[in-house]
Design a binder for this molecule. Structure first.
Ligand code: BGP
Length: 491
């Protein structure tokens, strides 16, 4: 009875993760509509520090420019790595690595190009039909993110994004089509990618343009509320359609840890943890946590909710918890006295002297993953999926068409060892789907050169390249890890 689990479970979902807007391309093929992701242009002549500016804040004139199909700007997420054309080859490579699962997202705009139509776009469904059949052919379990930073742009320009209650019905209609159409072939669904990222990038998460909103926190939390309701309807609808369906809540958890033992740093850490976990608290426990009253008061937020919405949230909670983990964040009550974290994407927090950082300033903390897994499991007692993890790095294809990415192998190996420690701690870990298992366009900076994959794609930041796929050294390493069910990790 009191036996410690010493190994990865036999049904562990080893795999990888991607998102439609970062890999598919074909932005105007198959009757697809424009999505918020299609608004992110990239200009490498700008200083590096500005590459994630759009990510943090989108402006009206930039959205207008994106709608001009003759624009001279380059929009990398419209090209992705042309998975739309290469999916057969790419899935065969995933199979070669031995993937048991593949997390990917469906582009809402392929199924409903504008978002408010009544009938789905047949061509969109057909595309995912082919992708999913390909996975089923190899016994790779699909894990589908219903909305991953790619809501229809039309819902932003004509409805104001998720702060509009009508979005619940549009999204519900879309999700129900997926549950119905892919019944029996897809069992695991994630409602919203990193639902707690709203404050970090409101445009991409919920279609909110800062300059149009006087009280960004108000609009953001109102949007979050409607996403909670919509996500709860997913649980209801998915199970009505097929009781085998499992619905996941997903957050970005860059574990806040105190920079010192100063009591105020401890309190600040608690505040930051709650800020992140508020979202999964609602989706898993089915109600707003008590601490949200004070949190809302401090932010000057007063959201509109109905009794019916609260009831739906209460009765239809998530079945599993998914999260992305790239780094921990050192929290300080007085960040000005510490060195700041540097990089293209300033995720907040201060420098942790015990950790090294990636080239983008993301602080590498494998043990933080163990802490995060334990913390989440203690809180929710639900199976946990590590839906994203990985190292964004500059890779070079050498003269023999190889990439010697030992740094990535080390990063992943060290994190997986901590996953194993968590399993020994008693955490129920369902699977591990490292981010960008094939190189893709960066979400935050729109660079192609920020690579995460086991598979190198010959494409540069300006969209030039053969699009040929090459197996990196990590490809062979991961294949061994999966084949040995984690026994091959090096201590
Ligand atoms: C997460 C997103 C992903 C992904 C990843 C890496 O926040 O869910 O879409 O891209 O971060 O980030 P980036 O691509 O900016 O390096």
């Amino acid at each position: 009875m009191f036996e410690v689990k010493k190994q990865f479970p036999n049904d562990f979902l080893w795999g990888g993760a991607t998102a439609a807007n970062q890999i598919e391309g074909g932005f105007n093929k198959g009757n697809k509509g424009l999505s918020v992701a299609d608004c992110y242009s990239f200009d490498e002549t700008l200083p590096k520090e500005n590459w994630s500016d759009l990510w943090k804040q989108m402006k009206n004139n930039q959205v207008k420019e994106a709608q001009n199909l003759n624009s001279k700007l380059y929009y990398p997420k419209r090209k992705g790595i042309e998975f739309y054309e290469h999916y057969i080859e790419d899935i065969a490579l995933f199979n070669e690595m031995g993937f048991k699962s593949y997390r990917f997202s469906i582009a809402w705009t392929r199924i409903f190009p504008k978002g408010d139509e009544e009938k789905p776009n047949k061509e969109g469904l057909e595309f995912y039909d082919k992708v999913i059949n390909e996975l089923v052919k190899y016994n790779i379990e699909p894990i589908v993110t219903i909305s991953h930073y790619e809501m229809p742009l039309y819902l932003v320009t004509h409805y104001g994004g998720w702060k509009n209650q009508k979005l619940i019905q549009f999204y519900r209609n879309y999700a129900k089509i997926l549950f119905t159409y892919f019944k029996g072939r897809v069992k695991y669904w994630i409602t919203f990618n990193e639902i707690n990222s709203i404050s970090r990038h409101p445009f991409k998460s919920v279609g909110i343009i800062k300059e149009n909103n006087d009280n960004l926190s108000q609009e953001s939390y109102q949007s979050a509320h409607y996403q909670f309701v919509a996500g709860a309807y997913d649980t209801l609808d998915a199970k009505n359609i097929d009781p085998n369906n499992k619905i996941g809540s997903m957050i970005s958890f860059q574990l806040p840890i105190p920079v010192s033992c100063h009591p105020d740093d401890i309190i600040e850490t608690l505040r930051q943890q709650r800020e992140a976990l508020f979202f999964s608290d609602v989706q898993v426990r089915g109600e707003y946590p008590k601490y949200s009253n004070r949190m809302f008061e401090a932010l000057g937020v007063s959201i509109q909710v109905t009794q019916e919405e609260l009831k739906v949230i209460k009765e239809n909670t998530a079945d599993f918890v998914a999260f992305s983990y790239y780094m921990s964040t050192a929290a300080s009550h007085d960040p000005s006295v510490y060195e700041r974290v540097e990089g293209n994407l300033l995720t907040g927090g201060v420098k942790n002297p015990y950790l090294e950082s990636s080239e983008w300033g993301w602080q590498i903390d494998p043990k933080g993953l163990r802490s995060a897994l334990n913390l989440l499991y203690d809180r929710y007692q639900l199976p946990i999926l590590i839906a994203e993890n990985g190292l964004g790095a500059i890779d070079t294809l050498n003269l023999n068409n190889q990439v010697e990415d030992d740094y990535r192998i080390k990063y992943l190996n060290d994190h997986l060892l901590q996953v194993l420690e968590s399993i020994k701690d008693g955490v129920e870990v369902m699977g591990y789907t490292p981010w960008g298992c094939i190189d893709s366009v960066s979400a935050s900076t729109s660079q192609m050169s920020k690579r995460y994959g086991f598979i190198y794609v010959d494409l540069d930041d300006s969209g030039q390249g053969t699009l040929k796929r090459f197996k990196k050294k990590s490809f062979y390493w991961y294949k061994e890890v999966i084949a040995s069910n984690g026994e091959d990790l090096s201590e």
